[in-house]
Design a protein around this ligand. Sequence first.
Ligand code: SF4
Ligand code: SF4
Length: 447
Amino acid sequence: MIEIDDTAVVTTGSSGYGPGEAPEWDYYSKCIHCGLCLNACPTYRELGLEMDSPRGRIYQIIQVDRGRLPLGESFVRHIDSCLDCRACETACPSGVEYGRLVEAARSQICQYYQRPGIGRYISHIFFQKLLPDRRMLNQVGTLLWLFQKSGLEAILVKSGIPRLLSKRLGRVAALSPQMEKPFFTKRLGQVVKPVGDLRYRVAFFAGCIANLAFARLNDATVRVLARNGCEVVIPEAQGCCGALHVHAGIRGKARELAKQNIRTFLDGGFDYFITNAAGCGSVLKEYPLLFEHEEHEFYEQAQEFSSRVRDVTEFLAGIEFDRNFGAIRARATYQDPCHLGHAQHIRSAPRTLMAAIPGLELVELKESEVCCGSAGIYNVVQNEMADRLLTAKMQRVDETGAELVLTANPGCLLQLRAGVARSRLKRRVLHVVELLDEAYRSRVQAG
Ligand code: SF4
Ligand code: SF4
């Protein structure tokens, strides 16, 4: 049964949403309240609360639109606790595009709800200043690299001080990404020639934080693409995709970033734009949604841009990829990133690629479609729920007995690595494309 806190209900007769992008009747009216999405929802599975289920959140979204529920603390809490993982979209027989609804609700929260405390200042610096500014990101990344390289981070973590200050700080400290020098930022502007005949001219989307914390993954992606006949251009003027902004409801800034990327990538005359980050890929493919109501003059360009975006696994599995792999003798399992499986409907492509590696024994992970708790920065801002989901995920990983845990999104890599680090078992956590790169290289070394 749906329960609404009556003390919070105010009937104004007019919508509780202000001007600007808001959840629309056309989308929420598709919900027939059947509840088939409930058991697919990680927060409902953990809490068993209707208000923290997709159906319950849609109900609250409707109540605010009807002026029966204020856009206040209770509404914000339940919308914040959503992972935006979109597992409910996969489960829904009625075609409810839940991601659109929750992202529009968050846009309203951003504009018309004042969050208490210093959180909003930190959020402003992170989203408006840091992510869009490559120079600032590099400086912060270098400081973090020095902190990690000097051993100070390890001493601090071992001392248990963060955990003593607060349990949450202890858990968040364990999620800190390891900086990888040289940063991939150095490679922006480069062109990598194909190995053998030219088959495709592609542009590689390198991400923002990934340039610092996943430089090796980006290098591996470029090598694998070149190995498959791609001339890989790494456009200099590219920037953050805006995915974290979209998930947080900061749509104005997301549009600014989208326009910059659209201009940069469309200008190059490439066949495809390739990303190795499921979270980025899903938003890059959905750029047109940002221009449906605002700055509509960019809508067609956004559609043109999006039609050429491919996840690296989708691209490779869709061509005659080079199967000349060396053997990797290991038991492996695969976690479906939510923004690859639920948002982009890509499930078989990574499995096709992994199945082509000789010696690799792939064991399916039970509930691999359930979020690991990463969800952008959810594991930082909603750490307790993220930690519960990670614990459940690691139990499933344990059941497989796999030595290799594979996935296809940098955020999931971070979360799963934090889960593996807690256990005494030696396991490697890799992106599928890193495994392909290893398999190609082991073939070359074997002669
Ligand atoms: S997006 Fe994920 S967390 Fe949010 S309601 Fe849907 S299934 Fe639940
Ligand atoms: S499955 Fe779809 S239609 Fe049914 S309650 Fe969930 S969102 Fe609504």
